[in-house]
Design a protein around this ligand. Structure first.
Ligand SMILES: Cc1cc2nc3c(=O)[nH]c(=O)nc-3n(C[C@H](O)[C@H](O)[C@H](O)COP(=O)(O)OP(=O)(O)OC[C@H]3O[C@@H](n4cnc5c(N)ncnc54)[C@H](O)[C@@H]3O)c2cc1C
Length: 440
């Protein structure tokens, strides 16, 4: 088979963003994915994801401000201006102010200061004692009144699944070849003695490239020996179905975000589903590697649902902020079904910095992973930096930040993620959705 200049393994956020940027500068690129894009394995295969600016780290804050320019349709130097703007809503976010003694509180404060002082962003952030934010969101008047709420209008959501598809179609229009339904099982770098790298697929096909980029998210360790650097973390997601009337009531709400309990998205316009994620609880695979849990055999069906405790948490989040959705409409006793529950796997590094680097001992093989649950927002622009890495042009501070590094998992510190409860999936008591069967 004739070779490609760049073979990208994994068509999620990092993979698609890279494919687009490389193809825009005339590289001959192929993207190989285990599933049709958007893949059920992609952490970004969801109705929506938050596109926020708040980082207390200059690098990510700058990256987030740059990305927001594309989501908001203001910048067109990397992508056609409307490409992602059409799958974005600048809906704002209400965040619950955390206990001042917590790391998360310190993160929120310093992020806001950085954004305001260095980037002149998020200047209209205001605090309120009620969830309606002084009447701006009257449909939230049933929500609880004990928290302090911070409303930031400079935030939005990307329609995640749709945006992955858009990026794929755009990449195709630029000549990128897609080979889907054919996972890569091995990088055969040194087998044929040539300069090119070869990846072997489940189908037996062997694909040659001058450079190979492995961007398989939480599944990266199934292909590369990354156990010391990243681990797979499962986050919990569930949904509730709204009636037409409920959709009309809640369609213009902002994201409601409590970093120690969970968060709620505005309803999806097509399905009228509201997505709810839990915070401060996550799963890992306790079996595949004793000291560094890695979910090696990651397949969509391996986690059939979410833990019962996560379903209870989802109801708690609803009860606090959208109490009218706890029960089925028209009843006061029949709990509304929590549906389409899933564990969504991300690849964590110990400090949440990405790894975008050449794999030690494997020249021309690059890995882009360690998204740590915050990389979706960079779909428009992370590919630019991955291309710079491939061309040896990545500015030194970024190259250093995203390089291979030993992780100290005993002292792991993702300061913006409140994470006291971790559950091995082997010990999970699965929540069975009351309609249909759990997805076993
Ligand atoms: C519940 C949840 C909420 C999140 N919320 C946000 C948010 O609000 N904002 C935000 O910015 N980020 C958010 N994220 C994080 C974001 O989704 C991830 O950072 C992002 O998807 C990571 O991109 P990736 O390319 O590394 O991996 P993924 O998007 O997971 O893509 C990996 C791809 O690799 C493919 N693959 C895997 N194995 C193979 C193989 N062997 N061969 C070929 N292909 C393979 C998969 O099929 C998949 O397409 C969230 C994540 C989760 C789970």
């Amino acid at each position: 088979m004739s070779g490609y200049e760049v073979v990208i393994v994994g068509g999620g956020v990092f993979g698609l963003s890279s494919a687009v940027q490389l193809a825009r500068t005339n590289y001959k690129v192929i993207v190989i994915d285990k599933f049709p894009i958007p893949s059920p394995l992609s952490a970004a295969n969801d109705y929506n994801k938050i596109v926020r600016l708040e980082y207390n780290d200059m690098v990510y804050a700058e990256l987030a401000v740059e990305a927001m320019g594309y989501w908001n349709g203001e910048d067109s130097s990397l992508l056609p201006a409307r490409l992602l703007h059409d799958c974005y809503s600048h809906c704002g976010r209400i965040s619950v102010v955390q206990d001042p003694k917590t790391r998360r509180y310190a993160f929120d404060e310093s992020s806001l200061r950085l954004l305001q002082e260095k980037f002149s962003r998020c200047r209209d952030v205001k605090e309120f004692k009620d969830l309606t934010c002084g009447g701006k969101f009257p449909q939230l008047s049933d929500g609880q009144r004990y928290d302090i709420f911070r409303y930031n209008p400079d935030c939005g959501i990307g329609f995640a699944r749709e945006s992955l598809l858009k990026m794929k179609r755009y990449a195709e229009s630029l000549g990128v070849v897609f080979q889907e339904n054919d996972g890569v099982v091995e990088v055969e770098k040194f087998r044929d003695g040539s300069q090119s790298v070869v990846v072997r697929c489940e189908s037996g096909k062997r694909i040659h490239g001058k450079k190979v980029v492995i961007a398989c998210g939480a599944n990266t360790s199934a292909i590369l020996p990354m156990q010391r650097y990243v681990k797979a973390t499962g986050l919990y997601v569930g949904h509730v179905q709204l009636s037409d009337e409920e959709y009309q009531k809640f369609k213009d709400i902002p994201v409601i975000f409590n970093s120690s309990v969970g968060y709620i998205f505005p309803p999806d316009a097509q399905t009228k589903m509201i997505k709810i994620c839990t915070s401060a609880m996550s799963a890992y695979d306790g079996k595949s590697n004793g000291s560094y849990p890695v979910y090696r055999t990651l397949e969509p069906h391996t986690a059939p649902s979410i833990p019962i405790s996560a379903a209870v948490r989802i109801r708690t989040v609803l009860g606090k902020y959208l109490p009218s959705l706890v029960f089925t409409s028209g009843t006061q006793s029949q709990l509304r079904d929590i549906i389409d529950c899933k564990i969504c796997w991300v690849s964590d590094t110990a400090n949440s910095d990405f790894i975008i680097d050449e794999v030690p001992g494997m020249s021309n093989v690059y890995v882009c992973c360690g998204d740590s649950g915050h990389a979706y927002k960079f779909l428009p622009n992370i590919g630019k930096y991955i291309q710079q890495k491939l061309e040896n042009k990545l500015p030194e501070p970024l190259a250093r930040k995203w390089s291979f590094r030993e992780a100290n998992w005993n002292d792991a510190e993702i300061e913006w993620r409140v994470e006291p409860t971790k559950l091995a999936i082997q010990d999970v008591e699965w929540f069975k959705e009351s309609y249909g069967h759990a997805k076993l």
